[in-house]
Design a protein around this ligand. Structure first.
Ligand code: XIL
Length: 356
């Protein structure tokens, strides 16, 4: 009788505990994180662990909010700080969506990366549908950077100042409205204007396809080296890391690239990692295991590099990934599945963060 009572008692305590944890996790504004969460483990290893965030699920999906607050300590607005949403008309700025995200980040003790000031995409019609003189476009860009960076002055840890300025497959700048109208100086000017508007934020050049030594990263490296020689305030390079299990990045080549940037005195952040699986071989489960390996390898490279200070994913869960929408293939590129449950890649990241 007594024994049965004790078992019931233990069971009851377990149920109560489970209820308490569920309640803690679902409370709005709760900052509960387990010491085994990815954010806690990453913090212990001295790096930030981030993700791109979208205001829509942030406002409507409680599971999304819970996973975000529990597992990440850094956020990047996926679209909300880009040119079009923040500057929809020539004389009008709109920070509503991005501010919602900043509030969430503050409540949950997360760092925010600003993304992005100068890019060839997400440009409003008022900007692209007119022909500008060099002076006009320079003054538009200066004012844009001044206003947007100024609005968040002191609140962001980093800004992706210039995004994807190098062309694919050739050692040259990408042909954009900025290059055509202002000339190559638009890059150094953008960094100088950003620095003037917020001297505390770390200023990044961010790009994809330049993760390994060789190929596109040669052009990125050359450009950044030149900028530094001219005294341009640039503190780091963002490696986007949109990769796939079919052609996974080579860890040694990525490490060598991060190392040579370190030799220039630059920080590196993995800024937008996701791993496509649709074109890989094997069953779904085998592809998820291959995906986990890619995440693990890249985290390992980051942990081993003294200048790699943050590791961000491009989305919380597969359900909200940009990949299926943009590449028109069903896919599962992130570390939480459609229902927000951890995938093999989640466990792989944990394992490598715990390893010494
Ligand atoms: C993507 C967003 O994820 C999509 O929602 C949007 O439709 C297009 O832009 N490199 C970048 C990001 O620097 O800003 C891009 O984000 C993905 C590629």
């Amino acid at each position: 009788m007594l024994r049965r009572f004790t078992i019931m008692g233990k069971f009851g305590v377990l149920v109560l505990l489970a209820l308490a944890v569920t309640l803690m996790l679902s409370l709005p504004g709760s900052t509960y994180t387990s010491k085994y969460s990815l954010r806690a483990l990453a913090q212990k290893r001295g790096i930030g662990f981030g993700t791109a965030v979208w205001v829509e699920p942030l406002s409507n999906d409680s599971r999304y909010r819970t996973v975000l607050a529990q597992e990440f300590n850094m956020v990047t607005p996926e679209n909300e700080m880009k040119f079009e949403p923040t500057h929809p008309e020539r004389d009008r700025y709109d920070f509503t969506a991005a501010d919602t995200l900043i509030d969430f980040a503050k409540t949950h003790n997360m760092q925010v990366r600003g993304h992005t000031l100068v890019w060839h995409e997400s440009l409003p019609d008022w900007l692209t549908e007119q022909t500008w003189t060099r002076e006009e476009l320079m003054s538009i860009l200066e004012q844009h950077i001044n206003t947007v960076v100024g609005h968040y002055r002191g609140q962001l840890v980093a800004w992706d100042v210039v995004n994807e300025a190098i062309a694919n497959n050739k050692n040259a700048l990408r042909d954009t409205i900025w290059l055509r109208t202002i000339g190559p100086e638009y890059i150094e000017k953008a960094f100088r204007w950003a620095y003037a508007a917020d001297p505390q934020a770390r200023l990044f050049y961010n790009d994809y396809g330049g993760e390994e030594v060789g190929g596109k990263s040669e052009a990125i490296y050359g450009m950044i080296k030149d900028l530094l020689q001219q005294g341009v305030p640039i503190h780091g390079v963002g490696l986007q890391m949109h990769v796939s299990i079919k052609n996974p990045p080579n860890p040694e080549k990525v490490a060598a690239n991060i190392k040579r940037l370190n030799d220039l005195g630059l920080e590196v952040q993995i800024t937008e990692m996701d791993v496509k699986t649709w074109d890989g071989r094997g069953t779904k489960q085998q592809r998820l295991v291959a995906q986990a390996r890619v995440y693990r390898n890249m985290m390992q490279v980051c942990l081993e590099a003294e200048n790699c200070k943050a590791f961000s994913l491009w989305g919380v869960s597969d359900r909200y990934s940009w990949i299926p929408r943009i590449f028109k293939k069903p896919d599962a590129p992130l570390i939480f599945d459609d229902a927000g449950r951890p995938k093999p890649a989640y466990n792989a990241l944990k394992e490598v963060l715990k390893r010494r």
